[in-house]
Design a protein. Structure first.
Ligand code: COA
Length: 159
């Protein structure tokens, strides 16, 4: 599918049910409605959905945090944290996630972050490859980060 066949638009409340459903279909890490709406209220520039013919087929949501740098140095940084990203199985491999990440990174730049980071399952090669394409570098492993005991990989990139 060409980029012109889908659209990336800012998330709003009318997409909430669809995004909650996509999250449940695609990921074991699920959140309350409040969690999604809170991120919308605080960081709207980094919360987007992908639409195909008006149907919501994917989303990305992020949080802006201040804390220890994820680039491996001992300093404080303003960080854009990719909290959740998913595309419905039927629409994968069409560069929809790439378009969502691109838009979220643009939003992070508007929030003037110094860096961006995320946690990803160590076995999630599609997502790891996707983030590498955006110059995210694997930095460290957090053992048993997920409820089922799987390790996470922290990946980050400098802005
Ligand atoms: C990871 C995910 C978001 C990718 O969505 P997508 O729209 O299919 O991704 P894209 O089409 O934009 O792919 C971009 C790049 O990601 C990598 N990639 C995507 N799917 C892949 C796969 N099945 N195997 C290997 N690499 C893959 C490739 O490097 C690809 O670049 P290319 O098209 O030049 O080969 C999607 O598979 C998904 O929703 N998975 C379940 C939820 C999830 O894992 N979310 C991430 C949590 S951190």
């Amino acid at each position: 599918m060409l980029e012109s066949q889908f659209q990336v638009v800012p998330f709003n409340r009318s997409y909430l049910d669809n995004v909650v459903e996509i999250n449940r279909i695609c990921l074991p890490e699920n959140y309350s409605n409040y969690f999604f709406l809170n991120l919308l209220e605080r960081f709207p520039k980094t919360f987007h959905v992908a639409l195909v013919d008006e149907e919501v087929v994917g989303y990305i949501m992020c949080r802006i945090e201040v804390g220890l740098s994820e680039l491996g140095k001992l300093s404080l940084a303003k960080k854009g944290h990719i909290v959740s990203l998913a595309v419905l199985p039927k629409y994968r491999g069409m560069r929809i996630a790439s378009a969502l990440v691109k838009e979220a990174l643009k939003g992070m730049a508007e929030y003037k972050v110094n860096e961006s980071f995320l946690e990803v399952r160590a076995s999630n090669h599609p997502a790891i490859n996707l983030y590498k394409k955006f110059d995210f570098i694997p930095r460290r492993t957090i053992p048993s980060y997920y409820r089922d005991g799987e390790n996470s990989l922290v990946m980050s990139k400098k802005f």
